[in-house]
Design a protein around this ligand. Structure first.
Ligand code: AMP
Length: 283
């Protein structure tokens, strides 16, 4: 695996490969890699000739400075994991390489998507995501780019970005990878205490409980029960909502035979965890 620190050299190398007819798959990450990230790499390998991963903790998408400072990082370990998985190229840029003085911020109208859920609790977050993803897409110019459904709202934002500005890039969504006990894999999980790590499984339990229920209560009633159960376990819940997966608009009633999504963000041990679950009602 070849490691690049400068966009110029990466772009030149990829341009040659593109001219040779090779297909390029791209997996952007913020590092502290886990099996969930590596599954994205493996999916890209199945679909593309060349796979490029990036590791860049994007300061623009952190509204909370402390969260940015505490974000785990281990480039050497990440590089070793990617090498073992057979990734072809790794791009580890500096902030200046991603945002040079000539950088022109991209503006995109996301409509309500920008201000609900993660947009509401992390103001400016999706603007930061758009800036970094646009810049990375300009550098890598992949045929396909891979994103995890763990960050569901981010998937919709990137889809919109591609629709408006990068129509040549196919966006591929990959399923959520969970630990055996149901906790969604996340770089932030390493910050949990032993007890917090155990308690964290309650998020998945509460979502499963709703997804496999008889739907005899209204969505809002299930939401309230789940929030209460999570709070009793020590969580500070930012949101726990049932919504339409296409629009992310909150549902007041079930839609038989249709897909629904539970979206949640909650703190345990001072660590912010997000998760979601898509399920059907009545079949
Ligand atoms: P991050 O490094 O957290 O920015 O994540 C990089 C990519 O990996 C994003 O597209 C995430 O959605 C995806 N990802 C992170 N955790 C998981 C997971 N548990 N399952 C699937 N995809 C994930």
């Amino acid at each position: 695996m070849k490691i690049f620190y400068y966009s110029k050299y990466l772009s030149e190398t990829l341009s040659e490969l593109r001219n040779q007819g090779k297909s390029i798959g791209f997996v952007p990450t913020m590092g502290a890699l886990h099996k969930g990230h590596l599954e994205l790499i493996k999916t890209a390998q199945q679909q593309c000739d060349i796979v490029v991963a990036s590791v860049f903790v994007n300061p623009k998408q952190f509204n909370n400075k402390e969260d940015l400072a505490k974000y785990p990082s281990d480039n050497e370990k990440d590089a070793a994991l990617l090498e073992k998985t057979g990734c072809d190229f790794l791009y580890i840029p500096s902030v200046d390489d991603i945002y040079p003085s000539t950088f022109e911020p991209v503006s995109l109208d996301l409509g309500p998507l920008a201000t609900i859920f993660e947009g509401e609790y992390r103001p400016g977050h999706f603007d930061g995501v758009i800036q970094v993803v646009s810049r990375l897409f300009d550098i890598v110019k992949p045929h396909k780019a891979y994103f995890g459904l763990k960050d569901y709202q981010q998937c919709l934002v990137v889809k919109e970005l591609a629709k408006q500005s990068f129509q040549n890039i196919e966006i591929v969504f990959c399923p959520i990878f969970r630990e055996k006990d149901g906790l969604a894999m996340s770089s932030r999980n390493v910050r949990l205490t032993k007890e917090g790590r155990q308690t964290a499984t309650e998020i998945n339990k509460q979502m499963m409980k709703i997804a496999s229920s008889d739907f005899s209560l209204l969505p809002e009633q299930y939401e309230k029960l789940a929030i209460k159960a999570l709070e009793e376990k020590g969580f500070e819940v930012e949101y726990f909502k049932i919504a339409d997966p296409n629009t992310m608009l909150v549902l007041k009633a079930w839609k038989p035979e249709e897909k629904h999504i539970i979206l949640t963000a909650a703190y345990i041990d001072g660590v912010r965890l997000i998760d979601n679950m898509i399920f059907s009602v009545g079949n």
